[in-house]
Ligand binder design. Structure first.
Ligand code: PXL
Length: 272
């Protein structure tokens, strides 16, 4: 099994590739990377971060891979720095995904009801197009609202509406981080069109990189042969455990989740 993770390298903050690479590898799955950009830190709360766009390197990298005859079982896209990169991901999927391979789009665009710095409505429209090509999409609640054109935040009723709208784009939408008095939930379609939910006790606060930890663990579990529901259960338990640990141990949440300490218990469940 070979996964291609297309995502940025935020040097500090343990999100995107610095989460995907260790988590997918720990699952026992090869993780190849295509970095979309290099940032000194992620953009969630740090001032003055640097941003080097790597789009210009894509064509030479891809030409080399083509010569090597590389193809991937999974392609997983995350933070894409521009509309042009969204278009390139679509073309990479068409050229490099094995027949019968799985394309997972985490439409990384925003959190807490707002788009991240540098993203626009036009970007949202383009991301909606990319979602139409995916087998799975993994938006958080904010991204689901933008993609489904529904007001933030979602409650149980509007989360179902969002899921129905997103199911018109992609067969298995998985919306993470839906919070209400009963906790924090993942809403997803089970492939037969039924809505399913999984809930955890909510931990107050904003935990940067939680979506990346969830997506990476989900892909690792799927690539290890777990079914969709089991992969979502294992990945959401892992993300929830990382968040609980962060609430206790990490004074400055911008530096990311302490996922390292939760890998072993997660892997025991994956391998058990
Ligand atoms: O974790 C999502 C993410 C990924 N990449 C970059 C980000 C963020 C969230 O802020 O800034 C660069």
């Amino acid at each position: 099994m070979r996964v291609l993770a297309i995502n940025d390298i935020s040097c500090v903050g343990k999100c995107s590739l610095t989460a995907a690479l260790p988590i997918i590898s720990a699952c026992g799955v090869e993780c190849t990377v295509l970095p979309t950009a290099v940032l000194s830190t992620h953009t969630g709360g740090f001032e003055g971060y640097t941003f080097r766009d790597l789009t210009d390197d894509f064509s030479d990298i891809l030409a080399h891979w083509k010569k090597l005859g590389l193809k991937f079982d999974y392609i997983y896209s995350g933070y894409l720095g521009s509309i042009h990169q969204i278009e390139l991901v679509s073309s990479i999927k068409n050229q490099f995904l094995k027949k019968g391979g799985v394309f997972v789009v985490d439409p990384v665009m925003g959190d807490s009801g707002a788009l991240y710095a540098g993203f626009s409505e036009e970007y949202v429209g383009k991301m909606r197009e990319l979602c139409k090509e995916a087998d799975f999409i993994l938006p958080n609640m904010t991204e689901a609202c933008y993609l489904a054109d529904l007001p933030y935040p979602l409650d149980k009723t509007s989360a179902n509406q969002a899921l129905d709208k997103l199911a018109l784009l992609c067969p298995i939408p998985v919306i993470t981080g839906i919070t209400d008095s009963s906790g924090i939930s993942v809403f997803f379609k089970d492939g037969l069109g039924n809505t399913r939910t999984l809930s955890h006790e909510n931990t107050e606060g904003f935990f940067c990189g939680a979506g990346d930890a969830f997506a990476s663990a989900f892909i690792g579990c799927m690539a290890r042969g777990k079914n969709v529901e089991e992969a979502i259960r294992l990945a959401s338990n892992f993300a929830a455990a990382c968040i609980r640990r962060s609430a206790k141990e990490v004074p400055d949440k911008r530096f990311g989740l302490p996922f390292e300490a939760e890998l072993y218990p997660f892997l025991q469940k994956l391998n058990g």
